[in-house]
Design a protein around this ligand. Structure first.
Ligand code: AMP
Length: 218
């Protein structure tokens, strides 16, 4: 029998909607969303040692070294008040991270419920990412498809929205290349474990959300 809890990995290209869906699912199933990208951006902002090292990789659209990410996840998961439902958003991103994660989960007697691949073609991703605007509260917008009610201000908290520095066209293209080279092999990796479920990320946000809920039988 599986242990209690829902344990998900959201896999997909940058701009595929992992973060948006993770936030929606998190509210619905009362889970925690672990976004390694958000954790790293916060570390950069706080100028911690992790942030200082991570910044140079992130600015170029490259992946932060596996060892740093692995330490970060290990620390999160070993916290005694870590909740039973969780969604990994943006982790794992390399085979080394995935192998390590399998081992870590085994050691603490947990297993994955599903790995959800949200797929979106490149052309749409570039348009989505270069037009994306974000708020520090986690909300995201798009200059054409999802404008805030008041220009430049977050609907939720009223703070100024801005463009992530790695959402420029040049860096977006580099991030996509990195995704294909380093993260796409994970699709096969989890397929072999019978965990992979594919969702069409070009659909309406609510349709994607409902597809994910039905995958997890919720
Ligand atoms: P994201 O917000 O998920 O698109 O992540 C932004 C950036 O943070 C990426 O381009 C990487 O530089 C870094 N990053 C986030 N998650 C990881 C990860 N699991 N492994 C390595 N680098 C990561």
């Amino acid at each position: 029998m599986k242990e209690k809890g829902i344990h998900l990995i959201f896999l997909g290209p940058p701009g595929g909607g992992k973060g948006t869906q993770a936030r929606m699912i998190m509210e619905k199933i009362n889970a925690i969303q672990i976004s390694t990208g958000d954790i790293l951006r916060q570390a950069v902002k706080d100028a911690t040692p992790l942030g200082k090292t991570a910044k140079s990789f992130m600015d170029k659209g490259e992946l932060v070294p596996d060892d740093l990410i692995i330490d970060l996840i290990k620390e999160k998961l070993s916290s005694p008040d870590f909740p039973s439902n969780w969604i990994m958003d943006g982790f794992p991103r390399t085979e080394k991270q995935a192998q390590y994660f399998d081992k870590l989960l085994k050691d603490i007697n947990l297993s994955l419920t599903a790995v959800i691949e949200i797929s979106v073609p490149d052309q749409i991703l570039i348009e989505r990412l270069t037009g994306r605007r974000v708020c520090k509260c986690g909300e995201t917008y798009h200059i054409i498809y999802n404008k805030p009610k008041v220009e430049g201000k977050c609907n939720k908290c009223g703070n100024e929205i801005y463009q992530r520095s790695d959402d420029s066209e040049k860096v977006v293209k580099d991030r996509l290349m990195v995704y294909y080279k380093q993260t796409v092999p994970l699709i096969d990796y989890y397929q072999k474990q019978g965990l992979l479920k594919k969702v069409d990320g070009t659909q309406d946000i609510n349709k994607v959300f409902n597809d994910i809920l039905s995958i997890i039988n919720y």
